[in-house]
Structures are given as C-alpha cells and as structure tokens.
Design a binder for this molecule. Sequence first.
Ligand code: CMP
Length: 205
Amino acid sequence: MNIRLGDCSKGNASCIECMILFKPVLLGYPFILLAIYIIPFLIFYTMYRIFVKCTYLCGVILKINSYMSNRTFTMIKPDAVRAGNIGNILQMINAGGFRIVAMKYTRLTLDQAGKFYEVHKERTFYGELTEFMSSGPIVAAILEKDNAVADFRTLIGATNPAQAAEGTIRKKYAASIGENAVHGSDSDDNAKIEADFFFNGLERF
Ligand code: CMP
C-alpha cells in the first residue's frame, strides 16, 4: 500500500496526501472542506479576536486605575486666600512631592458650591458650608503623586484643625472645622468627579 507523502496528486485512495488535500478539493467534498479547513480557521480567528480585545481592555483598565490612584483634587478655600496663604500652602504642596496637573484661581457661586458639596446636602452645616465656599476666591487644582489621595489627606491633616497633626496644612493655616483652609478629595472616585467639576481636558498638563 502506498502511504508516502508528496509523490501523488491523482486522488489515490491509499495516499495520505491525496486523502487530506487533493481529494476533497478536486472532487468537491464541501463538508470535508468545511470540517478540515474552514471551521478550524473560524475557531482560531475568533479566539485571536477575543485575545486582542481582552488585551486592549486590560490596558484601558490599567490606565484608568493608574490615573485614578495617582491624582487628587484640592481647593485652597476662601479663608486661606483672604489670609494671604496661597503661596505658603502651594509651597507645602510642592515640598510634599505633588506635581500640579491643573490650577485655577476662581470664585464659586452659591449654586456651584451647592452642587460641589451636594453629597453633604442633608447635613446641618450644608448652608454654612456653601455660603462660606462662595464668599470669596479659591484656588482649585489637580495634583499628581503616587498614592495621591491618601498622601494629600495626610499632608492637610484632620478636617477639624484642633485635631490636625503638627506640621499639617490645616494645623498651620486653618481656624475652625468650617473654615479649614483646604479641601482634599476623600477617594479616587471623588477625586475624578471633583477634578471634572472644575477642569476640562485642555486645562490639564
Ligand atoms: P472639606 O474637606 O472641604 O469637606 C467637607 C467640608 O465640610 C469640610 O471640609 C468642612 O469644611 C465642612 N464641615 C465638616 N464638618 C463640619 C461641621 N461640623 N461644621 C461645619 N463645617 C463642617
């Protein structure tokens, strides 16, 4: 029996090459063709496309994660601006290793302050807070550093300056829990929401 490869192309039933390649093609066995060539190709191609899509999505997710955990949002509040402490506070932010991605000297309307602090709407101090935050100019900024949210909250100290650690921004420059010199985002999600409240893509560097 002839079972050698490569020396026969006439559709010899005892030749492996004829059985696999030439016979189905020449004699037109559509189902054999489908089973041997087209279905494996389609399976392979589909798996390849799924692999490419997964790789792309993983890349996007990693990028978003690294953006979020590396950035925080801050405001130098009206009390610190009125007291002339913008420069001192920015110097502490720089010395703390934060890079300024975006910065704006602006003033919130009562309505805008209400929207920014909407999460505190049910709190007793909401009215006092929004009036204070719209009472004068502020400096809004996006800051970048590894572990930005947590490290910035350490740098500014406790919300109530009476409980803030020595050397923190609030210990040095804040007078009370209501007028506490600076704001710092409390989570990666809020950092993104708050940064988007003040800055568009063209204002970030
Ligand atoms: P901030 O980090 O900007 O976030 C919410 C703000 O609400 C907080 O700083 C304080 O300025 C303010 N705040 C929190 N608790 C009180 C309170 N008990 N009385 C007045 N203001 C408060």
